[in-house]
Design a protein. Structure first.
Length: 256
């Protein structure tokens, strides 16, 4: 069980102060984990909370934080992109390394899963990576505002609606996600990988999981999330995914 939820903050490479919550187990942590939330979400989405708390039950402390421009973190969302999210993950790992202990596990949800794959190679201490509903290409996220793509490309930016909230997307965001190589990162991972995906996911299709799995090296595992949706909104969905993930991770990141 978690002993406490500790509010923390740290700076990213741009000098923005990012807000996080560190879930600490009752006993001294046996390892530390880092969670990357989904596109335009926050550290407080249910999947993030459930994963962090389940890891705590295995003796693993877990940091979930808001990417720049989201939640309680500083920065302008319009100035961020996939690469900046990866940089934020590396900054979070640097914070853990300095103040506690470097993360042994990276977990990412949706685009955060793609970012976790990309960031893993820059965090030497990471021993395992897990993704939940991750796309095989960062450019997949542009499907959420495809009707605005022409305006973004011609005008330089446009206001889009994501999960019912307005966001400014700029041309640099589109250019950045086109350059990202998620499958290449999966192929270079050289660490145990767990891919969790819902066959009925209407946001990021199940074929993305197959492409990531094919690109990655062993040891790699796939868990079907059965009837779950992309955001794991069902009452039992996030807790189930979190328990399975925590059990899998304990084999690779926790040593007695």
């Amino acid at each position: 069980m978690a002993k406490e939820s500790e509010s923390v903050s740290f700076e990213n490479a741009r000098g923005d102060r990012l807000a996080g919550v560190l879930e600490l187990p009752a006993a001294p942590p046996r390892a530390f984990a880092l969670f990357a939330h989904c596109f335009s979400c926050s550290k407080d989405i249910r999947a993030a909370r459930e994963v962090a708390r389940s890891l705590c039950s295995e003796g693993v402390a877990a940091l979930r934080f808001d990417f720049a421009g989201l939640g309680m973190s500083q920065g302008e969302f319009a100035d961020t992109n996939f690469s900046s999210n990866v940089d934020d993950l590396v900054a979070a790992a640097d914070f853990l390394r300095t103040e506690y202990s470097a993360p042994a596990l990276l977990v990412g949800h949706s685009l955060g899963g793609a970012a976790a794959l990309a960031a893993a190679g820059r965090i030497e201490e990471v021993r395992a990576v897990a993704t939940i509903g991750a796309p095989a290409s960062a450019a997949h996220v542009a499907d959420a505002f495809d009707d605005k793509r022409s305006e973004i490309e011609t005008e330089g930016e446009a206001e889009v609606s994501l999960a019912g909230r307005p966001f400014i997307i700029r041309r640099q965001f589109l250019e950045d996600i086109e350059r990202a190589d998620v499958l290449g990162a999966a192929a270079r991972l050289a660490r145990p990988l767990l891919i969790m995906h819902a066959p009925l996911d209407q946001t990021v299709g199940i074929e993305n999981a197959g492409r990531i799995f094919a690109a990655a090296r062993h040891p790699k595992s796939f868990i079907s999330l059965d009837r779950c949706d992309h955001l794991l909104t069902g009452a039992q969905d996030a807790p189930y995914a979190a328990r399975v993930l925590a059990a899998w991770a304990s084999r690779y990141i926790v040593s007695d």
